[in-house]
Design a protein around this ligand. Structure first.
Ligand code: ATP
Length: 295
């Protein structure tokens, strides 16, 4: 009997954990309200992955009829580059990530990946090619190693070790009583917001997707933790086409392009130096954040 019970028990565990992971993702993207069914087009084909370049072309979108959120938004994320989106709360930054992941249909315009309209691609191939580092990551009641490895059940031990190093988790793991076997999650060791986000970065590395969306945590982190996340992200961004939703401008000074969004429209675009020189909204936001930090 026990031979029968154990696998069933394990299946129950897997089922619960998968449900939790989905809930986590949905929470992160704010999807528990209104979720239209997005399905594959009848003639959908898998993404013919080339350089993982992204292009938004005249994209308009609204959640509710009376309230436009994105208006005729166009921008490019060239292959291997890092593009950051900044702007006030509610400007539409996370909405851009949700649309790229195809959680909603557009009102008008197109999103292309490698020149292919995402509506013509299978959802599965699209979503496999995009890894998301959410603002807040839920950890399973399991070891920290299993929490990282679940992103790719086929990952080798060497790949897991590499993800731990790239995500700057090595020192943290070494400091734990049972190293990478230490239990985390609700019933385990308490893990800080910054450490959780680095676990999410390690998961994204292991997923091996060519496109990375990084949704920076809004909650303030201590500066050491923020530095660890930043250097982890810089390392990972080198190997990805990355879209960073940023709340702190200090995170994006090295981005190839910074898009400044206001009420769903692009009001400025350029790298950090160019935007400071332009002395517009970005420069104002930069000065404001610098003042807040010195207070
Ligand atoms: P923040 O910096 O606070 O995360 P954001 O720039 O990422 O904000 P979005 O989350 O993209 O902003 O939201 C843009 C606007 O769309 C907001 O006004 C928000 O209230 C609204 N919105 C977001 N999700 C939904 C939804 N599911 N249904 C209706 N309106 C929504």
């Amino acid at each position: 009997l026990i031979q029968l019970f154990l696998p069933l028990n394990f299946l129950g565990f897997v089922y619960r954990e998968i449900r939790r992971a989905l809930t986590d993702l949905e929470n992160m993207l704010g999807l528990l309200t209104r979720k239209p069914a997005i399905v594959d087009a009848p003639d959908a084909r898998p993404w013919q992955l080339q350089a993982a370049a992204i292009s938004f072309q005249q994209v308009s979108f609204r959640y509710q009829a009376e309230r436009p959120i994105l208006q005729q938004l166009s921008f490019q994320v060239p292959s291997g580059s890092k593009v950051a989106i900044v702007g006030a709360s509610g400007a539409g930054k996370s909405t851009i990530a949700r649309l790229l992941y195809r959680f909603y249909e557009l009102e008008s315009g197109q999103i292309l990946v490698d020149g292919q309209d995402i509506r013509q691609l299978t959802l599965d191939s699209l979503r496999r090619a995009i890894a998301i580092v959410p603002q807040d990551t839920v950890l399973f009641n399991s070891s920290i190693r299993e929490n990282i490895a679940y992103a790719n059940p086929d990952a080798s031990a060497a790949e897991i070790e590499r993800a731990i190093d790239l995500a700057h988790l090595r020192e943290f793991i070494n400091s734990l009583p049972q190293g990478d076997q230490t239990q985390v999650g609700e019933r385990g060791l308490k893990v800080s917001g910054g450490e959780k986000q680095r676990i999410a970065i390690a998961r994204a590395i292991l997923k091996g997707s060519p496109i990375l969306i990084f949704d920076e945590a809004t909650s303030s982190l201590d500066s050491q933790s923020e530095q660890a996340i930043l250097s982890a992200m810089r390392e990972v961004a080198k190997q990805h086409t990355s879209l960073v939703i940023a709340h702190r401008l200090s995170t994006v000074t090295d981005a190839d392009q910074i898009l400044v969004l206001q009420h769903g429209q692009l009001i400025e675009q350029g790298n950090h130096q160019q935007l400071l020189a332009a002395n517009g909204s970005y420069a104002r936001m930069w000065r404001q954040q610098a003042e807040q930090q010195s207070e």
